[in-house]
Design a protein around this ligand. Structure first.
Ligand SMILES: NC(=O)c1ccc[n+]([C@@H]2O[C@H](COP(=O)([O-])OP(=O)(O)OC[C@H]3O[C@@H](n4cnc5c(N)ncnc54)[C@H](OP(=O)(O)O)[C@@H]3O)[C@@H](O)[C@H]2O)c1
Length: 308
């Protein structure tokens, strides 16, 4: 990447801002563009911008992203926006001669009941979790698009599958956030209000893996520099925890001392989601930030940020 122009799409998102922080340590010329100037769903705007700037390296970290409720409610937006962004950016990168592109998938692309830990080759081996099927189908389309461009045009497009991410810049929307942001906010508000109990959605039994977003950005830069293949690469810690145990850790970090109740009427989603990270490990990268340290950093960022 040294000396190259590097475009981070979605530079104001959680992953995008972490990539911008991480790329500040590299000898690159960073390119970003505001969504008000270039809506990535607008093909003409995307093609024009790429033709004008001709980025050499592209991190496609822009997407319509959200938690289980957002995914299940905004089903049309999740499939339309994500397919449009992927189609526009990959084609524009191809037309403008980008040397390398990283596409971000998600662990949701794996079948609901695929064997755990989830291996990269389990994609398309069974039915998806229905609550986020439109998002997963759009992500699978992006992966297949990157693969097809590599196959037909020789484009160096690579795809990574991050596990659940958390950290500074997370979305704290009360209904549409991911689980980590939702819990930080709920425990924080309960602490301030002196509440005796906090309700956590679902039964608490599903197991999830969580990766601190700055670790994610570091893994992406590592792979951008060293990896070139059609095979997907999972990015995670390789360790999971039940939502109930996780909620207790978040409560401890936030300093909430009341009761934690589980609302089983809310959907649980996939029973377990742990990525097999053996490919990533063999490529020379592993996560550095412990869950407690990552959550402490996230909570500090939450308190000092203007919450969205
Ligand atoms: N967060 C996770 O746990 C997680 C897990 C697995 C994979 N991923 C993947 O990682 C990538 C980044 O996710 P994230 O958590 O950083 O999401 P995020 O915080 O919601 O950021 C997404 C960014 O994309 C931008 N964007 C969305 N639609 C756009 C459009 N039409 N035109 C221009 N910009 C647009 C958003 O702009 P606005 O701020 O203006 O909306 C935002 O800056 C995504 O591909 C996601 O699927 C995330």
């Amino acid at each position: 990447m040294a000396g190259k122009t590097v475009y981070v799409a979605g530079h104001q998102g959680m992953v995008g801002t972490a990539l911008v922080r991480r790329l500040a340590r590299e000898n690159v010329e960073l390119l970003t563009v505001d969504r008000r100037e270039v809506d990535l769903c607008n093909q003409a705007a995307v093609f024009d911008w790429f033709a004008k700037t001709q980025p050499q390296v592209v991190f496609l970290a822009a997407a319509k992203v959200g938690g289980i409720v957002a995914n299940n409610t905004l089903r049309a937006e999740f499939i339309y926006d994500n397919i449009a962004i992927e189609a526009n950016v990959l084609q524009a990168a191809h037309l403008s001669g980008a040397e390398k592109l990283m596409f971000f998938g998600s662990s949701c692309i794996y079948p609901k009941l695929a064997p755990q830990p989830l291996r990269e080759d389990s994609m398309l081996s069974g039915p998806l979790e229905p609550t986020n099927e439109p998002y997963a189908i759009a992500k699978i389309a992006g992966i297949k698009m990157a693969e097809a461009y590599r196959c037909q045009y020789g484009s160096d497009f690579i795809s990574v599958m991050p596990t659940n991410l958390y950290g500074p810049g997370d979305n704290y929307h009360p209904e549409w956030s991911h689980v980590v942001a939702a819990l930080i906010r709920r425990f924080h508000e309960a602490k301030l209000a002196g509440a005796n109990s906090v309700v956590v959605w679902g039964t608490g039994t599903p197991r999830r893996e969580f990766l601190y977003v700055d670790d994610m950005a570091d893994a992406c830069v590592h792979l951008m520099k060293t990896y070139s293949s059609a095979e997907l690469v999972n990015i995670g810690t390789g360790e999971d925890i039940t939502i109930a145990e996780f909620a207790r850790v978040v409560a401890e970090i936030v300093g909430y001392r009341g009761e934690i109740c589980f609302d089983a009427s809310r959907p649980d989603g996939t029973p377990r989601k742990l990525l097999d990270v053996s490919r990533l490990t063999s490529l020379g990268w592993h996560a550095q930030t412990s869950l407690k340290r990552g959550l402490s950093l996230s909570y500090e960022a939450f308190k000092s940020a203007k919450v969205r």
